[in-house]
Unconditional design. Structure first.
Length: 360
């Protein structure tokens, strides 16, 4: 690098937030060797959950609150997990919910009740589902521009969801594949800061992102927001690469320049580096929580069982967390509003919040 190039390099860095330090900027191999992110439910925890299930057995799942689903001792652990997710490493796994012994309603109620101790449920689609089902429904996310990738067996690619925290409960696993992959977007930032601050700078500019047919009243079929957003000393990420690509189909969306594509490609390349990310296999009864603002998640492609009763099946929650970070107003384009504890999700005209027990 000559003197002129070095000066340009340092100028790009000078206009960026400083590198991230602390627990949120981690490397996958370190996480896999530590296992400190796994929390196993004790017999006492299961007893508390069973008692809470009895008190809510006739309740509308979508109306259950943490006050309805009381967990006197487990709730203390859940507060610690919530803090670790939004202020620490950005993810956690609770292991041991006895879903193999329960019908779907009990599993869904227990999961939803536990989730309410982390945050408030948000709608995940135009149908108002606050309890989502992640299952292969035979959709084609390439040719069907309104299909959602969680309805397929395809690899998802690293992305964020439209909420503070996304959670999954594993009910059944696939025949092969389907691992959960995680990466720290804060580490991606640090790597780009060191290697190509000129490209990193471009990711602070807005990118058009496809709404995939789920369009709030008065809005365009796409929204525009930067990948990296720095606000009140918090660096946050929002990213859906497939939907950035598919937004190119709309009139009024400028074609991505070569440099902007190079920036996105570098972001993806770092995310996909096994020295940066990590994979975990789910077991039935595992509950995962992931902080969207500092993390990206992915799912590997999978082969499913022929037997419908054995097919891979996860439940999902999108959560607005009461103690979450502030977000810039631009997030309202996707989150509806930025009020802490009451933001995120997909709300379209006519949708009514509900918690279906069958995949739709």
């Amino acid at each position: 690098m000559n003197d002129e190039e070095q000066a340009s390099f340092e100028k790009d860095r000078a206009n960026l937030p400083k590198k991230l330090t602390g627990a949120q900027a981690w490397y996958g191999p370190d996480m896999l060797s530590s296992k400190k992110w796994i929390y196993s439910l004790s017999d006492q925890d299961i007893d508390e959950i069973n008692i809470a299930l009895k008190t809510t057995e006739n309740s509308d799942i979508a109306a259950i609150t943490k006050e309805d689903f009381q967990l006197p001792n487990l709730s203390k652990k859940l507060r610690e997990i919530q803090n670790e997710v939004i202020n620490g490493r950005g993810f956690a796994l609770i292991r041991g919910l006895p879903v193999k012994n329960w019908p779907i309603r009990q599993s869904a109620t227990a999961y939803y009740g536990i989730g309410m101790h982390i945050g408030k449920a948000r709608s995940q689609n135009a149908m108002g589902h606050i309890l989502g089902h992640v299952r292969d429904l035979g959709r084609d996310a390439v040719n069907d521009k309104n299909a959602r990738i969680y309805q397929t067996r395809e690899r998802q690619n690293f992305h964020t969801d439209s909420c503070d925290v996304v959670s999954l409960l594993c009910l059944k696993t696939s025949k092969t594949g389907g691992a959960s992959a995680l990466v720290s977007s804060m580490t991606i930032y640090n790597e780009m800061y060191d290697r190509r601050p000129d490209l990193l700078r471009l990711l602070f500019e807005p990118f058009a992102t496809d709404r995939r047919g789920e369009i709030p009243e008065g809005k365009k079929p796409y929204f525009e927001i930067p990948v990296f957003n720095y606000f009140e000393r918090y660096l946050s990420v929002i990213y859906a690469p497939r939907y950035i690509d598919s937004a190119q189909r709309f009139d009024g969306v400028p074609e991505l320049s070569e440099k902007r594509r190079e920036a996105l490609n570098m972001f993806d390349s770092i995310a996909n580096d096994p020295a940066i990310n990590m994979e975990m296999g789910f077991q039935p009864g595992d509950i995962q929580f992931v902080h969207n603002h500092t993390m990206l998640h992915d799912r590997t492609a999978f082969e499913d069982w022929q037997d419908e009763n054995k097919k891979r099946h996860l439940l999902r929650l999108w959560l607005a967390v009461p103690d979450a970070r502030p977000l810039p107003e631009i997030y309202a384009e996707r989150y509806g509003q930025v009020t802490i504890g009451d933001r995120g999700g997909i709300i379209v005209p006519g949708s009514k919040l509900n918690a279906p027990l069958d995949p739709i």
